[in-house]
Design a protein around this ligand. Sequence first.
Ligand SMILES: [Zn+2]
Length: 358
Amino acid sequence: MEDVLREMKNQCKPITLMGDGRSDSPGFSAKYMVYSFMEETTEKIVQVQLVQKTECSSSVAMEKVGMERALDAIIAQGLSIETVVTDRAPSIKKLMKDKYPSINHQFDVWHVCKGLKKKLLSLGKKKGMEDLLLWTRSITNHFWWCCQHCGQDSSVLKRRWISLLHHITGEHEWTVEGETYSCSHGTLTEDQCLRTRWLQSGSPSFKALKSLIENKFLIRDLEQMTQLKHTGSLEVYHNVILKFAPKRLHFTYDTMLARTELAVPDHNENVGRFQAVTREGVLRFKKIYSRTAKEWILKSMYEKKTNHYARELMSRTVENRTDINFRSNISRNVHPVSIAPEPAPSTEELLSKRRSRT
Ligand SMILES: [Zn+2]
């Protein structure tokens, strides 16, 4: 990670960081939170912090602590940060506003699309709202398109996003305060108009969709989604963490930290691999059945992963064993933050206390 940061610093360009927290289990039972920052252009991980439950009051607090520590560590390296991209967690939003006001804070569009899709799928399960399921993909695509083509103008973004409420009822030209607007899709054929299941304005599906689209928090947050920033590639890295630290197993802090840190060189060494080709030079794909899309899709296959970092780590380990300061370094650098307010007394002292109690 230090190498990547040094390289960035030498380039003297302000960087964009994508951050996200990952719990080892959902909800309040999470024992650890890994907060990671990825640099946008290289997609390499530049900082990781492991926070344990005992340090915080909740999993929300764990994410904030991890994010703050990670960002401070990068700033301490002297890098100039232009933009930070995160999800819309209110605690992170407040932290960015209060502590780092000079950094442009953008919200992750990919997370918002994922959230919209989840809400639409759940609404579509309700009686009389099944028609929303037919529109789920178009709505999330439209959200992405609005962020992509707003020219970094939040008023254009808001207007286009809300305009979906016209299109979805089959109305492609409308007037607001004397100004006429229209959809950007061009003229639809008669067949397209007849085959599309437009929503009825005023129907339960339309009303539910309207409140979702016009949600005041979403509308307010559009101000920070004008640059189409997203953390989708962090998911790839989160899957690497899963390989080293599977969720079904429990680890001590030291072990979890080591496993989390191992995922970083594994990811950084293999990020940006080219798509694999056959001997004839044809790009390779694999067929996958998508449960969410309920259809077969093609996924690109990439060149084989390498792990040169492992060899380097092994030789460094051997070097460390010959270093007389090895043990003291380990205890200083890797030991978790203790929850005890004072150091542990000697075993003899504790034994005598124990005897006096019995
Ligand atoms: Zn339209």
